[in-house]
Design a protein around this ligand. Structure first.
Ligand code: HSE
Length: 429
């Protein structure tokens, strides 16, 4: 056997401790698979004394991750601290400057600085791998970079935030309102320190931007991802969607269109019997469509110690084997500056609103839609009994979001729409 591959781990939270466990438990298996042993030589974390349930006695300790990244006995810098910038970025830059390969689970850092880091790594002869940054244990980065490399990718879609999928699924199965399930998710420790990263769609948007860069050969452009979170989804929307044969998912869609690169992460209705519609709880799913392969569906745990450490180890083993691939699957200089699509492709929309219950109210809403060029496919007024207000559901034919927004603005002038209507895209999956 050749010399061990020596890794230094910065960040010993759930994932870092998971990597330590795998290296200890599967030492022989990893050595056989990689053709050489994989050895942790040094670690770094915020608090040295904390009990993490793993034995760190055989590793050198560094308080400063930048010092860890520069150590002579570290071949691969494994960044598991997280955070868009700060110590994670400083240490990653230090590792690259020292010519070391980097394995990271940090979607935020790569979504914001990925292109620059990829260029720096190439200039230094180093590589950056990030399987664990997208959809936890699902090997989707490898699928796009390697397994599907012979395809022109048509579309990448996915449910890539387990917390949101847990909340939406639980609202449906337990019939609980958003606020209650959010509090439950918080108590279970599912939410990121800043919950807006989850429920605001930002975390999933980071992941989508990374996949889009590989799929379409473009520079990562997180700022161009159209993002809407799940905070406005009510239990009523979930019930009505289910009644029509749909489920609501926080769905990411990236596709290259004649109008430019479309990247959006937003709540969508998907058919309840589709693979995405069937996805329950905290699980993730990524659907990739290639010109030769057709549709590929990948499903698995999107977070957690074992699944995320599994993804980190896949990258480490690749490096131990000598397998080296450019960060986004092609040299950084060949990644195109993407032209963002100004608007999403036309689609049918679900609209829910409350109307003043008086003669002609519905006609005014229908007229506002008609004047904006939005055609109604289905319409239903439901369960208002003796109430003074009437909840109304409308499903439109395919329309542009611009036309729909025009109609939504016109609703205000009708004087019959109470509060803000909910508009949710219906995605063909
Ligand atoms: N908070 C994320 C999720 C996992 O719920 O899927 C880390 O990206």
């Amino acid at each position: 056997m050749t010399a061990p591959l020596r890794i230094g781990i910065a960040g010993l939270g759930t994932v870092g401790a998971g990597v330590v466990k795998i290296v200890a438990k599967h030492h022989n298996l990893l050595a056989h698979r990689a053709g050489r042993p994989i050895a942790i030589t040094a670690v770094s974390a915020r608090s040295r004394g904390k009990d993490r349930g793993v034995d760190l006695s055989g590793f050198a300790w560094e308080d400063d991750p930048v010092a860890l990244a520069r150590r002579d006995d570290v071949d691969v810098f494994v960044e598991l601290m997280g955070g868009e910038a700060g110590p994670a970025l400083a240490a990653t830059e230090a590792a690259i400057a020292a010519g070391k390969d980097v394995v990271t689970a940090n979607k935020a850092m790569l979504a914001h600085h990925g292109h620059r880091l990829a260029e720096a790594a190439e200039a230094a002869g180093a590589v950056i791998r990030f399987e664990a940054a997208v959809a936890g244990g699902i090997p989707v980065v490898k699928a796009l970079t390697e397994g599907l490399a012979g395809n022109e990718i048509r579309r990448v879609m996915g449910v890539m935030n387990g917390t949101c999928n847990y909340i939406l699924t639980r609202m449906e199965t337990a019939g609980l309102p958003y606020e209650e399930v959010f509090a439950e998710a918080d108590a279970l420790g599912y939410l990121e320190a800043d919950p807006q990263l989850d429920v605001g769609g930002i975390d999933a948007g980071h992941k989508l931007a990374l996949l889009a860069a590989i799929a379409f050969g473009t520079r990562v452009s997180f700022d161009a991802v159209e993002i809407e979170g799940i905070g406005r989804i009510g239990i009523e929307d979930i019930r009505q969607a289910a009644d029509m044969g749909y489920r609501i998912k926080l769905l990411g869609v990236a596709q290259m269109t004649g109008r430019g690169l479309e990247q959006r992460m937003s709540p969508c209705l998907v058919p309840a019997d589709s693979p995405l519609g069937q996805l329950q709880g905290g699980t993730n799913m990524v659907v990739i469509e290639g010109d030769s392969v057709g549709q590929v569906v990948l499903r698995g745990a999107g977070a957690g110690q074992g699944p995320t450490a599994s993804a980190v180890m896949a990258d480490v083993i690749d490096l131990a084997r000598g397998f080296r691939v450019s960060t986004f699957g092609r040299p950084a200089a060949t990644l195109a500056e993407p032209v963002p699509a100004r608007a999403a492709a036309p689609a049918p929309y679900y609209l829910r609103m409350t109307l003043v219950d008086k003669p002609g109210a519905l006609a005014k809403v229908a007229a506002a839609l008609g004047e904006a060029g939005v055609s109604i496919d289905r319409m239903r007024q439901y369960g208002h009994a003796d109430a003074p207000a009437a909840p109304v559901l409308i499903v439109t034919h395919k329309t542009t979001r611009d036309a729909l927004d025009h109609a939504l603005r016109a609703f205000g002038a009708t004087g019959v729409v109470i509060g803000e209507p909910v508009a949710i895209r219906i995605e063909a999956v």
